[in-house]
Design a protein. Structure first.
Length: 81
């Protein structure tokens, strides 16, 4: 089962499915913000993303899983724009 990333877009503001410690982290982010972020993150190769997770001491299995999940979220942000 995949976790929902984006609940909906209200006008130009994105409602993220986030229940972490800092609830204000994603508050007020717009479609334009998502477009800007996805354009930057799309430049990262899968190897670069994997290197970041490996540097954080994740197992090989977790690295693959997290890399795929991050790539899906980058793509979801790009589709908003």
């Amino acid at each position: 089962m995949k976790a929902e990333f984006i609940k909906k877009v209200n006008g130009d503001v994105i409602d993220f499915s986030y229940s972490g410690k800092n609830q204000k982290l994603f508050e007020g982010l717009t479609v334009a913000d998502a477009r800007w972020l996805s354009n930057l993150m799309k430049r990262l190769s899968d190897d670069q993303i994997k290197d970041a997770f490996r540097a954080a001491n994740y197992s090989a299995e977790e690295v693959d899983l997290l890399t795929g999940a991050l790539r899906e979220r980058i793509n979801a942000l790009a589709k908003l724009g």
